[in-house]
Design a protein around this ligand. Sequence first.
Ligand SMILES: Cc1cc2nc3c(=O)[nH]c(=O)nc-3n(C[C@H](O)[C@H](O)[C@H](O)COP(=O)(O)OP(=O)(O)OC[C@H]3O[C@@H](n4cnc5c(N)ncnc54)[C@H](O)[C@@H]3O)c2cc1C
Length: 512
Amino acid sequence: MQSIIKKLFVSTVFAALAIFAVSAHAKDRVYNTDVVVVGVGGAGVSEAVSAAESGAKVIALEKQSIAGCSSNFAEGLFAVQTEEQRKLFVDLTAEEVFKKSMEINRGYRVNPALVMTYIKESTNTIKWLKDEGVKFEVFRMSAEEPQTWHLVKDYKGAHHGAALITRMVERAEELGVKIMYNTPGKKLIVKNGVVKGVEAVDKRGNKVIINAKAVIVATGGFGDSKEKIDNWTPYNSKEVEQLIPLGKTGDGLEMMAEDAGAELVGLGLMLHPAIHDKYLPPMGDTLGMTWEPNLWVNKYGERVIDETIVHNFSIAGHVIEAQRDAYVWSVFDENTVKLLETEGARTGLGVLIPVGTKFTKIRTEIKDAVAAGSKRVAYANSLEELSKKIGTDVKKLKASVKQYNEIATKHKDEMFGRKAETVIPINNPTYYAVRVQPTFFTTLGGAAVTTDFEVRNDKDEIIKGLYAAGCDAGGQYGRTYTLWASGSAYSFAATSGRISGVNATNYAKNAK
Ligand SMILES: Cc1cc2nc3c(=O)[nH]c(=O)nc-3n(C[C@H](O)[C@H](O)[C@H](O)COP(=O)(O)OP(=O)(O)OC[C@H]3O[C@@H](n4cnc5c(N)ncnc54)[C@H](O)[C@@H]3O)c2cc1C
């Protein structure tokens, strides 16, 4: 993955140098354009291409020296009724996906029309991206899911999400979009309640003023702001951690809310299990173990759930977050280690750790981490010793292991109804424990939008000239990411970007 980012870095820095030839000696720079895009990730680059194709003159601002951010790490896009699915005889309809998504969202505040829009429009998004030169193949993320995950094929040495970004940045440049790297948007220019552009700052600290007829904000959420997680979401930033730090501090949401009065809705996190420990390798086998359905006990040693819930990473993240002090111990033995060594991961972690990956380093990773001082992993020759090391109640931990093992012998889980064939009994020392914490890929929610991705305020009035997309648009998720249809976040980013690009251009054509 580091090599992808390095390649992207080099190619986009050259692109940035070519673009940056504007009045270097002038301090404040002023540009006039039709549409300005803030943030060049999956949503932003789709906005830029679709607005330019619709006839707009487009400037795109990017905070970092390369495009893509989270989108570079994503793997695939959800879609229904695509040509790729038809070839595989997958005939899932938008209505079926909508029903399932709304079941997951039930009880939470979502915008059903927006949910249906992105599901239905996913077909056109894949077609459009293919026309732009992006290629896909369809996968299913887990056995319980339908085949909706359109994995992006490699492009010029870039993989998955990064391949889409590489091609779409190239396409934006072919269409004459001016991308300004290292130039974060700071403030919306608002005149008489109408959004008229963006103020940004270049890397020398000079002000860059972009007067525009329409602005589309897509800065990718607020995952790197602990303050916003504490103030805006139901989570405690001391208990949840982002998988990869990405430098996204909620700039777009802050601008839209503070400068233009946008209402922010559905703010939350796309949770999943993980372990964060400086003594462990970042994408190692121990991280993979946090997605395996081993016995999960709470801080007291009590079993908490049918552990196969981990096949739905988002709901599993919530289960962990709901525990006292927001963690569980994943407990396993040599039998489990041997099985994962030979047969490989049962769950995997998307394409970062594919299903079937042979976990050959679990023992050494855990033993080395313990030797270095880690308190987040432990191993022992008896359950008593393990319990002492991880601070659980010995009686409770032993009772949990006994009950877990009985699922296999009694062919019945009297506690949570887990299927017996999924259990690997824990009876062969060495015993291991790995502390599993709630972690997130990205933030959820954002500015309230219409199905045209126009931003609205808390009086349900449309804020003229302002559009939002990707992780800066809210209303499509309840508290939980709708994982059942994998790839919905990247798909939403591309779809909201594509549609907002067209609508912002049409608005700009008629704006004074
Ligand atoms: C490891 C990982 C794996 C994932 N896998 C999947 C997957 O397989 N399928 C899926 O659906 N989703 C996946 N996701 C989530 C998905 O990547 C995101 O939901 C989606 O890509 C977000 O797109 P975006 O354009 O909103 O944000 P981003 O792609 O993050 O883009 C936002 C851009 O805005 C820029 N920016 C920030 N502030 C400013 C500012 N002030 N001015 C200008 N620019 C600014 C950022 O630098 C960034 O380039 C994954 C996420 C991660 C981290």
